[in-house]
Design a protein around this ligand. Sequence first.
Ligand code: NAD
Ligand code: WQD
Length: 342
Amino acid sequence: MAKKILVTGGTGYIGSHTVVELQQFGFEVIVVDNLSNSGIEVLENIERITGLKPAFEEFDLADRILTDDFFARNNDIDAIIHFAAFKAVGESVQKPLNYYRNNLVSLMNILENQIRFGISNLVFSSSCTVYGQPDVLPVTEQTPRKDAESPYGNTKRISEDILRETIAVNPQIKGIALRYFNPVGAHSSALIGELPLGVPQNLVPFITQTAAGLRNELKVFGNDYNTPDGSAVRDYINVVDLAKAHVIAIERLLKAKNKSNYEVFNLGTGTGLSVLEVVTGFERATGVKLNYEIVDRRAGDVEKIWADTSFANEELGWKAEKGLDETLLSAWSWEKRVRGIK
Ligand code: NAD
Ligand code: WQD
């Protein structure tokens, strides 16, 4: 019988791409999402890609009573991928309590039910934000974490601690924390992708919305960083490559191939790209000229970060495969489909 995987936040950006990969691998998927940052139509689009509509329940995982009730009815789940969280860095500064409550309480509710119902396996969405501005690049999983720059970043750091400390005294639970670098792009079908509510905060959605005419110009935040062209450097990882790593992580836990009960992996490409390289990459890949202007640095931004991915390459047998042009083209195809642009 197919193993049953709970995907929290499964109608969201990374979650939806992961549901597709899990279904295509042969897993049975149940999605829980409160639709606070995604739409129900995502389920139909997943079905159009895979031929399978995942089971779905809409509720808030930070609600203890609803979460307990869900697990009491679904105690046959084999593994959980916990994507559900609020993720807007700037908003988290304005509404810290919302972020701590949503991101931390949902994780604690899940862990308590794992213990109660003997559900061993958890893959958790962490972030390169836990490294802050590292002293040495690229960052390995041993690179010391730094004090978070935002309540959002702090929720990821504290979540990792909650996971590690809970697993230390509950050896029946096994967890993998995946530290994503900058996820970008969309599924090649253009049926699922990233659809930010309001003005996008992240670079690639802002680029595609500018190209689509929704925004007048892209603001490039800073050209006076200590980087080759002066703009900030990140490790942009294709979302489908990222989704595939989750299938491997789940298999690792289900097949007990993990080396310790709590493991951490960096998921990036291993290559740093500047904002201006992404801008020119987009123009090259799509043939669309971007209107952009250099402005001041954005508060809280780090200068440069990219991943050392050797641990994921060697231990998971996973490597980012898609190049920048293909990735940016996929983001553009998605934006065009959503906006009805030919
Ligand atoms: P997203 O907002 O697209 O998806 C998250 C989903 O979780 C949304 O569909 C939202 O409705 C749902 N959700 C939020 N709180 C919930 C709750 N309490 N109960 C039920 N559902 C809830 O975000 P994403 O980009 O897909 O990110 C997924 C995970 O990866 C998050 O944990 C995020 O912090 C982490 N992450 C994202 C990035 C990134 O740049 N996108 C980078 C590193 C880590
Ligand atoms: C990338 C680069 C901007 C928008 C964020 C979170 C991080 C993680 C990933 C979740 C930066 C520049 C951006 C724009 C620009 N998320 N930029 N003009 O800040 O690296 O990381 O998402 O865990 O925690 O902080 O991503 O896409 O916002 O920015 O010049 O309009 O693009 O300054 O150098 P970031 P981003």
